[in-house]
Design a protein around this ligand. Structure first.
Ligand SMILES: NC(=O)c1ccc[n+]([C@@H]2O[C@H](COP(=O)([O-])OP(=O)(O)OC[C@H]3O[C@@H](n4cnc5c(N)ncnc54)[C@H](O)[C@@H]3O)[C@@H](O)[C@H]2O)c1
Length: 366
């Protein structure tokens, strides 16, 4: 195991950096990380974070940060439209990377990232990090043990009223599917395997919004119902949008198996425990949240651990590519009024504590 601190450079120091920055600070205090560079196109943000992390010579561009030979790992935390190009450049320059979601906004960029990762010993961690939460892992373990039998139906929900900062959220390359739906697609595919076909209703319900204090036209989707066909008569649905003010007790994820049911509470990026019904037990069994402070930015911990332990990551770039293909297919399905076939697949996550997935339960991609 490496004892050297991982030298980190961060590109993009906006809202999401509040969480990543806190986790990085903890690693710095423990001696596992050194933040050697930070960059944002907004100079005040770079100045603030440079001072916070004691960066002596911050780079004057993202390219300059990526080119630094004393940076081991680059975090790409910018607006979504920049992810693909920056992640490719950082990875091609031999860095480990963490990229916020989606990994890219086009399949061409995403395919390039996957191709690069398959020929490299550098780690690539792609958000969202929902598969890493202890609650998700326990549910996955129960599913693998056959607690509720073969899952045939699944439903997931995540939404809110939408960001009031960052006009890019509402411009081409943004939208609710990429920003929000991404979580549920990642979760359901982690549990059930690759999707074969997508049908969707996707639209723009709120045509204008006030963002960063200005009224702007919304160019992208903010409202979606997406149906997922996993093959073998396994169906899922995702409801998402910047059109949801609140939801009460609706589970984030519901899984319906042939001998029981399982519900995750909270959101998949902030679970609040789960419950399961097993016909055999003939009652609901409740599992309180075991990690109420689990951070949704946990991917940074996973990246640092994977580098230091020279261990493979649990989450795979192929999974993120697949999720991007689903989201683009949902948009296409809504535009064209037809079902769209999905061609990519991805390997099931391998949790060290659980091992290989049962191909009968996480459907075989073939
Ligand atoms: N805000 C959240 O709660 C949240 C949560 C999880 C994930 N995310 C994801 O994190 C990403 C960032 O979201 P955010 O809310 O922090 O957005 P934001 O607009 O607050 O921050 C993005 C930052 O990136 C900077 N930036 C843009 N292009 C750049 C470039 N080429 N080089 C350097 N800096 C650049 C911007 O100046 C800004 O400071 C998005 O992909 C979003 O989907 C956000």
């Amino acid at each position: 195991m490496s004892v050297n601190p991982v030298r980190v450079g961060v590109i993009g120091l906006g809202s999401v950096f509040e969480k990543y920055g806190k986790l990085l600070s903890e690693h710095v205090m423990e001696g596992g990380v050194e933040v050697v560079d930070v960059y944002d196109v907004v100079a005040e943000r770079q100045d603030l974070q440079s001072a916070r992390f004691g960066v002596s010579s911050p780079s004057s561009s993202a390219d300059a940060l990526i080119a630094r030979s004393d940076v081991d790992a680059v975090l790409v935390l910018t607006s979504m439209q920049q992810h693909g190009d920056l992640a490719i450049a950082a990875y091609e320059s031999g860095k480990h990377i963490l990229v916020e979601k989606p990994m890219a906004t086009t399949l061409e960029q995403a395919a390039r990232l996957v191709g690069l990762s398959q020929n490299s010993d550098r780690h690539m961690v792609c958000a969202p990090h929902v598969l890493l939460s202890p609650t998700y892992r326990t549910m996955y373990d129960h599913l693998q043990a056959g607690a509720i039998g073969d899952v045939k139906l699944a439903r997931a929900l995540y939404g809110w009223s939408g960001p009031w900062w960052g006009q890019w959220f509402y411009k081409q390359g943004g939208g609710a599917l990429f920003d929000l739906g991404c979580y549920n697609f990642t979760s359901l595919c982690g549990f059930l395997g690759p999707v074969k076909r997508v049908t969707a209703l996707v639209g723009t319900a709120i045509k204008e919004r006030v963002v960063d204090g200005e009224m702007m036209k919304v160019e992208v989707d903010d409202n979606a119902h997406v149906l997922l066909d996993f093959g073998n008569e396994v169906y899922g649905s995702v409801t998402t949008g910047f059109t949801i003010q609140k939801y009460g007790h609706a589970p984030a994820i519901e899984l319906f198996g042939l001998s029981g049911s399982m519900n995750m509470f909270g959101d998949d990026w902030a679970p609040r425990g789960f419950e399961q019904w097993r016909n055999e037990a003939n009652c609901w069994e409740s599992f309180d949240e075991t990690a109420p402070n689990w951070p949704w930015a946990d991917g940074i911990n996973h990246l640092i651990d994977s580098i230091q332990q020279d261990a493979p990551t649990i989450t795979r770039p192929e999974h993120s590519y697949h999720v991007l293909e689903i989201m683009l297919a949902a948009q296409q399905s809504a535009r064209e009024g037809r079902a769209i076939d999905i061609v990519s697949d991805f390997p099931a996550p391998i949790y060290p504590e659980i091992g290989m997935a049962d191909p009968r339960l996480v459907h075989d991609p073939s």
